[in-house]
Design a protein around this ligand. Structure first.
Ligand SMILES: [Zn+2]
Length: 74
């Protein structure tokens, strides 16, 4: 999936990657969680029972704009 044009500069070349999450206890990659954010008593996001998706990030080689996609369940 790299055959799309950048909505900002119209360039058709995109480089695949992902957005790193270096937070404590993270598994290294950003994930998208379905449903609105709810916080638990310790201030952390509650994600029990929610679906998680891996986030792909395609970087436009022309202007650097990122396109994010969540297509694979984590
Ligand atoms: Zn661009």
């Amino acid at each position: 999936m790299s055959d799309f044009s950048c909505p900002r500069c119209g360039n058709g070349q995109h480089e695949e990657g992902f957005v790193e999450d270096g937070g404590q206890g993270s598994q290294g990659a950003l994930r998208w969680i379905s449903g609105p954010l709810r916080r638990g008593p310790m201030g952390g996001a509650r994600r029990m029972g929610r679906q998680r998706w891996e986030v792909e990030a395609w970087r436009c080689t022309g202007c650097g704009r990122l396109e994010l996609y969540a297509r694979e369940q984590a």
